[in-house]
Ligand binder design. Structure first.
Ligand SMILES: C[S@@+](CC[C@H](N)C(=O)[O-])C[C@H]1O[C@@H](n2cnc3c(N)ncnc32)[C@H](O)[C@@H]1O
Length: 323
């Protein structure tokens, strides 16, 4: 990723890369949407493996799109099959249609933050690096972590800590944040969270501020609110034999993905294309089925790339046209 003119995170390892490349190797020729392009690690590997695919990447982070232009120059003849556009994935259908794409052979959502967003200090995502509180994936967005930390009420803060990160000390942390205002930096916030948590629990379950930072990031970027609608919209563009794969990184995300996929699997009102039932019935063939794949990274992958530790992969396939 280009940050201040420097190419960083060249060592980035996309999560469950081999599994994801293989599951898209079987989809029909057409367009694959990478709804969370990031460093384009998955996108470029899929592009190389499947010569019948055009890959359209979307990311709301301008740095990802700048990086994609650099990536394109490294792709040789494959570059003609790769495009990247800035946008939010809940607007993906409009972005795709604007460039003439009406149908998809596949879609990938690799949710959450990218390595550069965490590693480039000034993005203000990480309790490990001193920076102004920010956490906006879209740097033109109005709401930043600074606004939430300095302007939300105790109840609103406690609610988002509970809702977005199952934080059991939500009320204590929220009260400590409001009492310590103004709070300008990531490390200042991390210290306030640590001091709000009972000493005996500070040594368990990773850094004590991890859940607070996760909860704020989700709020800043509306991550959970837009996810179900975005998945449904994109799934409605996938043609028979096509697949959707979603990598999630915490229970709140995975609950939504599981629910949307379960609804699609049991929704008999979306008839199988070859047997268009005028009156949807419980006996109509299914429009989507689950694809059984490894759900989590191997222990070897987690050793090499600890950020993969909480990943969960879910995959669905649009049912084939039946005879
Ligand atoms: C985990 S990274 C993706 C990494 C990527 N698969 C790779 O191989 O490099 C997630 C990316 O999705 C982007 N993102 C997250 N939510 C988004 C949304 N609602 N719309 C568009 N992009 C989003 C983030 O900006 C980030 O760059």
């Amino acid at each position: 990723m280009l940050a201040g003119g420097l190419l960083v995170s060249e060592t980035h390892e996309p999560v469950m890369l081999a599994e994801i490349v293989e599951l898209f190797a079987e989809i029909p020729d057409g367009v694959l949407l990478d709804a969370t392009l990031g460093l384009a690690g998955h996108a470029t590997a899929i592009l190389r493996r499947h010569s019948g695919l055009r890959v359209v990447g979307i990311d709301q982070d301008d740095m990802a799109i700048t990086n994609a232009q650099h990536v394109k120059t490294t792709l040789g003849a494959d570059a003609a099959r790769f495009d990247a556009f800035r946008g939010r994935f809940d607007d993906a259908a409009r972005t795709l249609r604007a460039v003439g794409v009406e149908h998809l052979s596949g879609a990938l959502f690799d949710l959450g933050v990218s390595s550069p967003q965490l590693d480039v200090a000034e993005r203000g995502f990480s309790y490990r690096h001193e920076a102004r509180l920010d956490m906006r994936m879209n740097r033109s967005a109005a709401l930043s972590a600074w606004n939430i930390v300095n302007e939300y009420s105790v109840d609103a803060l406690a609610d988002l800590l509970q809702r977005n990160a199952d934080e059991r000390f939500a009320k204590r942390i929220a009260t400590a944040i409001v009492a310590a205002r103004p709070i300008d930096t990531t490390t200042q916030l991390a210290e306030i969270v640590v001091s709000a948590i009972p000493a005996a629990t500070r040594r368990t379950g990773g850094h004590p501020a991890k859940r607070t930072f996760q909860a704020l990031r989700i709020e800043v970027n509306s991550e959970l609110d837009i996810l179900p609608g975005a998945l449904r919209d994109v799934m409605s563009m996938v043609t028979p034999g096509g697949r959707i794969a979603v990598l999630s990184y915490h229970s709140g995300e995975d609950r939504i993905v599981k629910q949307v996929m379960r609804d699609a699997e049991t929704d008999h009102s979306q008839p199988n294309i070859a047997t268009p039932y005028a009156h949807p019935s419980r006996t109509a063939p299914r429009a989507w089925r689950k694809v059984r794949v490894a759900k989590t990274p191997t222990s070897d992958e987690v050793r090499r790339n600890p950020r993969a530790a909480s990943a969960k992969l879910r995959v669905m396939q649009r049912c084939e046209v039946s005879a």
